[in-house]
Design a protein around this ligand. Sequence first.
Ligand code: SAM
Length: 248
Amino acid sequence: MRFDVLTLFPGIFTSFLEESLLKSAIDGGLVQVSLHNIRDWADDRHGTVDDTPYGGGAGMVMKVDKVVPCVEDVQAAAPTAGRLLLMSPQGRRLDQPLVEELAREERLLLLCGRYEGFDERVVEILRPQEVSLGDFILNGGEVAAMAVIESVIRLIPGVLGDADSARYDSFSSGNRILEEPQYTRPREYRGHEVPEILLSGDHGRVDQWRAQQRVLRTRERRPDLLEKSQENTAAPAEKRSGAGENNK
Ligand code: SAM
């Protein structure tokens, strides 16, 4: 899968691309990430890509006549134009169903704003999918773009060491509720014990316990998810013995 990130600050992505699962996915040829500096589309010696807002007001606005050609050139640089996402607090909230939808694309272009955001004609002309990380304001779209990349690559076959890891994550299509609590060695720490059932070796009972924990935890923390979910305590436990992400 190919990601193209369009940003005024490509340097923000340097270490992000060079660590952990994303680095392995890139090295393994499963993922490609190309960075494009929007400032390269400026046509004056100051590299101007923003201007004051019409009508007055605070801050600067990213210019339509610089951003649109930048996106169009990047789209044309590969055989498929790809799906364009514009990072915006006013967009559709990023959630797992959207991530699953995005993971089916061959190519995603992630357009990151800065300052007060984009001239509205960028949206009118390019018709991007606007994506928000949540109801808060970031300085720029880069962190939101990273969240899209991280969440999407987890669903690309081969990126995780164990495919079940993503399948059973909280919110995932195999489990639209929260994941159960997890434990690893030591068996006891400062008086806190691992639940006995997990040490029993009885995979059937472990699966059943996990299914119950998912429901209990979701009822306690996110009852809204439970209302939407088909899963309940009576549902047959799904087989997941031995599942574990081995290369977090
Ligand atoms: N003035 C804009 C508003 O009130 O809607 C906010 C501009 S923000 C300071 C600059 C850029 O950061 C935005 O263009 C967008 O790309 C990015 N950004 C900020 N908050 C975001 C969020 N919650 N989700 C996604 N992108 C965000």
